[in-house]
Design a protein around this ligand. Structure first.
Ligand code: AP5
Length: 216
């Protein structure tokens, strides 16, 4: 199955994507994670992307599209995938449709996670991530475990550079102006499932699950 996950920054896409993929044996593809990895290793892409990411702007479409084309070549995605953070603009969605057509395949479902801007600020300001296992936590709603209980050794918890309130407000603006138009784009193909993102992690997951096609 091929899913696209759309929602504002900090809506809980990454958190829910982890569970959806684990329970359905498909692979998560997060453009944000790939870009952060490139920034960390200092690749050419990472050097360019860093400036956009720290100021809360979108990385240029051509770089993202090339990155996705290369990534999706991997056999890791042959059983299906969930795209977390892509597409994010109409040109990205159009380029992705062309790519899928070439492979004679299509998206099965677009999940739209709906959370208000005020709640986003609360969620992102409390977000913490483990450098070792990459899991996402929240200081109040989903606290990080004892460091020794990390899946891959010792948890090393950090806060993302772009999670400062001012940057988050800019990311929200970018979402409303550049990414929200995708809802109309995919609605015209009858692909969108609207999910209320307010509630416990389990409640939100159950709502998402109720939209899955019978055979995922
Ligand atoms: P990216 O990494 O994609 O960030 P984002 O879309 O802004 O989304 P986040 O990762 O911030 O949030 P999330 O929805 O995954 O929420 P999470 O699960 O962590 O992109 C970063 C940057 O990279 C962009 O700004 C851009 O520069 C660049 N980029 C990436 N893709 C691009 C593209 N396609 N084109 C161009 N540029 C691109 O949850 C957030 C917090 O809330 C956590 O603490 C979590 O524990 C908590 N939480 C989750 N669910 C709940 C709940 N139900 N109740 C309470 N708390 C909850």
């Amino acid at each position: 199955m091929k899913f696209v996950f759309i929602g504002p920054p900090g809506a809980g896409k990454g958190t829910q994507a982890e569970r959806i993929c684990a329970e359905n044996n498909i692979k998560q593809l997060s453009t944000g994670d790939i870009l952060r990895h490139n920034v960390k290793i200092g690749s050419e892409l990472g050097k360019v992307a860093k400036e956009y990411m720290t100021s809360g702007r979108l990385v240029p479409d051509n770089l993202i599209i090339d990155m996705i084309k290369e990534e999706l070549n991997s056999p890791l995605y042959s059983n299906g995938f969930l795209l977390d953070g892509f597409p994010r603009t109409i040109p990205q969605a159009q380029a992705f449709d062309e790519l899928l057509q070439k492979f004679n395949t299509k998206i099965d479902l677009v999940l739209l996670l709906d959370v208000s801007d005020e709640e986003i600020i609360t969620r992102i300001s409390g977000r913490r991530i483990c450098k070792t296992c990459n899991r996402v936590f929240h200081v109040v709603f989903n606290p990080p475990p004892d460091p020794k209980e990390c899946d891959k050794g010792i948890c090393d918890i950090y806060q993302r550079d772009d999670d400062k309130e001012e940057t988050v407000r800019h990311r929200l603006e970018v979402y409303h102006n550049q990414t929200k138009p995708l809802v109309e784009y995919y609605s015209s193909q009858s692909l969108v499932a609207h999910i209320d993102g307010i509630g416990s992690l389990d409640e939100v997951y159950d709502r998402i699950k109720s939209h899955f096609p019978s055979k995922v």
